[in-house]
Design a protein around this ligand. Structure first.
Ligand SMILES: Nc1ncnc2c1ncn2[C@@H]1O[C@H](COP(=O)(O)OP(=O)(O)O)[C@@H](O)[C@H]1O
Ligand SMILES: [Mg+2]
Length: 289
């Protein structure tokens, strides 16, 4: 479980707090998406949960932040290895620099934890199969594409089987196929009871995969709730987040009386298609078309 109480953080060079008065409880097994504009504090929050901020960046925290009962202010990032997996926004920064093939890179963290060889091989092979990396197993982590490095970074976190996975814009470099593989693994994590905090500036994936969506605006949590409520909130644009086109299209239709009054605005293509089909049907029945 993740638990923040009135947590704020100012970087040494920052003129104002990057995170302000964060109160947040993420229960075990929840898939929680955090969205927000560039500079809203997403990467900072991801860093705090994984122990990187302020231990490696500097910064002055107030309030408290706990993961799995541990007070993060008193916990070194190395103590969180195996408990929290972090996938950073730029996968290149996450390569160990110490291993010469994808297979060895994936095994690196497990070697450091002292996991036995048979178990190590089993986990590495399974993760490569899940992420479509098997054919690349012998290549250097430096000679693959940015998207493949992103999958590798995700794989390196997954093999550790952490209780909490923190993903900071994990599909920014991936095409639709790669992104699909990453989001399929979220379903596996959900089934295993892993707590997932997914940071995204786009809303399509949170709409589809998250149990809960938070919006960060200038370091504060400005909205928190089920995806269908938060992602259809008319204040999204004020918070610097572009609404989903499905929601915008349905809102325009609703303004013209072409959306059923009691139907919520959609956040997925399927829900939009159902809503427009229903609107069309009732317009036909009424003889309007
Ligand atoms: N290491 C750092 N040192 C100083 N300021 C930082 C650092 N990292 C981020 N910031 C500042 O903190 C704020 C939040 O940034 P960040 O967490 O990266 O937001 P996001 O990931 O939502 O784009 C921004 O104003 C950014 O300039
Ligand atoms: Mg960021």
């Amino acid at each position: 479980m993740i638990e923040f109480r009135n947590f704020s953080l100012t970087y040494p060079t920052g003129s104002r707090p990057a995170l302000r008065e964060i109160d947040l409880v993420v229960p075990r097994g929840q898939i929680c998406a955090v969205v927000g504009a560039e500079g809203a504090g997403k990467t900072t929050l991801a860093g705090v949960i994984s122990g990187v901020v302020p231990h490696m960046t500097g910064g002055d925290p107030t309030g408290s932040a706990r993961v799995g009962g541990r007070l993060l202010a008193k916990t070194q990032p190395s103590e969180l290895v195996g408990e929290v997996g972090l996938v950073m926004q730029n996968p290149f920064n996450q390569l160990s620099g110490a291993r010469f093939s994808l297979r060895e890179e994936l095994a690196f963290g497990l070697e450091n934890l002292g996991v036995n060889r048979a178990e190590m091989i089993r986990r590495v092979e399974a993760v490569m199969a899940d992420l479509g990396l098997t054919a690349l197993a012998s290549l250097s982590p430096y000679e693959i594409s940015g998207g493949q490095q992103q999958l590798l970074a995700i794989g390196s976190a997954l093999v550790m089987r952490p209780a909490v996975m923190v993903l900071d814009e994990p599909t920014s470099q991936l095409d639709a196929v790669g992104a699909g593989l990453v989001f399929d693994t979220l379903e596996t994590l959900r089934a295993r009871g892993v707590t997932v905090v997914l940071f995204e500036h786009r809303l399509e994936r949170p709409a589809r995969y998250a149990d809960r969506v938070l919006v960060l605006g200038e370091g504060r949590i400005v909205a928190d709730g089920p995806p269908t409520d938060v992602l259809t909130d008319p204040r999204l644009a004020e918070w610097g987040v572009a609404p989903l086109r499905y929601t915008t299209a349905a809102r325009r239709a609703a303004e013209r009386g072409l959306w059923e009054a009691d139907r919520p605005l959609p956040v997925t293509l399927e829900a939009a298609a159902d809503g427009f089909a229903a609107a069309l049907k009732s317009a036909r029945t009424a003889g309007g078309l």
